[in-house]
Each structure stands twice: as structure tokens, then as C-alpha cells.
Design a protein around this ligand. Structure first.
Ligand SMILES: Cc1cc2nc3c(=O)[nH]c(=O)nc-3n(C[C@H](O)[C@H](O)[C@H](O)COP(=O)(O)O)c2cc1C
Length: 195
């Protein structure tokens, strides 16, 4: 049985998790599917103690111990993060930092990866009279800030030797509009999972 593991970097059960669940829908019963919600986990920050450089193991004993095992067992890894200040969320970044052992061990090399991110300050700034996002006006488009979040996760995956098969952005809190694209990302991950 194949395994697909999704990692959610959202601090609430909303848009990012919607997107992850939709991508997972594309996987049939021959796949074991799981979402790890980082917000519920006890994950300490990387201490840069360098022990993983030689041992390939992290010296910290916390919830990452179990997550390391699940990542190694997964055929497909799906990362989802809301865009926070042009980047991944803090809990996703913390998770990424704690994956440093994989940089040295190469244990995740060849895993297929999918990336999803959401952004758009719909809840944080007001729209103009026509309903246009004010943040878009300031930055030249929320698409750009979400793209930078996706780029950060892609950089991470590439450094660990994973193969990013596809990535998806949703902006302005309307992930349902992206259902078809999310399912297609899932299908693409499914199709390439054993390549
Ligand atoms: C601290 C913080 C920083 C944010 N920074 C950005 C940003 O730089 N660009 C952006 O498009 N949206 C930004 N947002 C908006 C979130 O990406 C948006 O609310 C998203 O829907 C959150 O995902 P969730 O529904 O999974 O929680 C920010 C939100 C918070 C709370």
C-alpha cells in the first residue's frame, strides 16, 4: 500500500487544510492518507547543535521523532502553508528547519512532493468599493506573495532531493474555486508516485 503524507502549516482548520484534503481526495483506497497538523504538535526549534551532520539523527526528543519516521515511509509528501509575511508560516518554517537531518542523510531523496499555499489579506485589510483587494494594489498582486511562499517550500524540497511534481496557489480565501486544479494536482502526484 502506498503512503501519502500531508503536512499542514496552518494555525487553524480553514483554507490550507481544505486544499490539502482536496488534493488527498484524488488518492484511491490503495493509498494510506494522513494529514499532520503542525499546530497540534510539540516541535522545538532547531538548535543548530550540528549532531545531525554526522549522525543523521536529530538530538531533540519531541513530536518530530514520529514525524521523521512517517516522512521516510511516505511515497508522496504534500506540504501546505498559508502565506505569512511573504513566506511560509512560522510552524512550517520550524518544521522545515527540523528536517535538516534529511539534508545530510538523503533519506527523502526521490520522494514526490506537492505544494499548496494560500494568501490574500481578505480578513486583514479592507477591499475597495469595487471589492478589489487593497493588498494587491500595494504589492502588485497577492499572487506574488503566495508564489514566494511556494518558492520557499520548493527550495526546501529541492535541497532534500525531493521531486516537486506540482504546486498550487489560492488567494483571497476562495479555495473552492480551485477544486479541479487541486484534484488534478492530486492525480498528478498519484500518477507519478511510483516513477
Ligand atoms: C501573520 C500573518 C501574515 C500574513 N501575511 C500574508 C502575506 O504576506 N501575503 C498574503 O497574501 N497573505 C498574508 N496573510 C493572510 C493569510 O495568508 C490568509 O489569511 C490565509 O487564508 C491563511 O490560511 P488559513 O486559512 O489556512 O489559515 C497573513 C496572515 C497572517 C495571520
Amino acid at each position: 500500500m502506498g503512503k501519502v503524507l500531508a503536512i499542514s502549516g496552518s494555525s487553524r482548520d480553514k483554507t490550507t487544510n481544505y486544499m490539502l484534503r482536496k488534493v488527498l481526495e484524488a488518492f484511491n483506497d490503495e493509498y494510506q492518507k494522513e494529514i499532520i497538523f503542525l499546530k497540534d504538535k510539540n516541535i522545538q526549534p532547531c538548535r543548530n547543535c550540528k549532531s545531525c551532520h554526522k549522525t543523521f539523527k536529530c538530538a531533540i526528543a519531541d513530536d518530530m521523532t514520529e514525524i521523521y519516521e512517517k516522512l521516510i515511509e511516505a511515497d508522496v509528501i504534500l506540504l501546505g502553508s498559508p502565506t505569512y509575511f511573504d513566506n511560509v508560516s512560522g510552524i512550517m518554517k520550524n518544521f522545515m528547519d527540523r528536517c535538516l537531518p534529511f539534508y545530510f542523510s538523503g533519506e527523502l531523496a526521490g520522494r514526490k512532493a506537492g505544494l499548496v499555499s494560500v494568501g490574500g489579506f481578505k480578513e486583514l485589510v479592507e477591499s475597495d468599493k469595487k471589492g478589489n483587494c487593497l493588498w494587491c494594489k500595494e504589492t502588485g498582486g497577492c499572487e506574488k506573495t503566495v508564489e514566494r511562499c511556494l518558492n520557499s517550500m520548493e527550495y526546501f524540497c529541492n535541497l532534500l532531493g525531493m521531486k516537486v511534481v506540482g504546486k498550487m496557489a489560492a488567494i483571497h480565501g476562495s479555495p473552492e474555486l480551485k477544486d479541479r486544479e487541486l484534484l488534478n494536482l492530486g492525480k498528478k502526484l498519484l500518477d507519478t508516485s511510483h516513477d
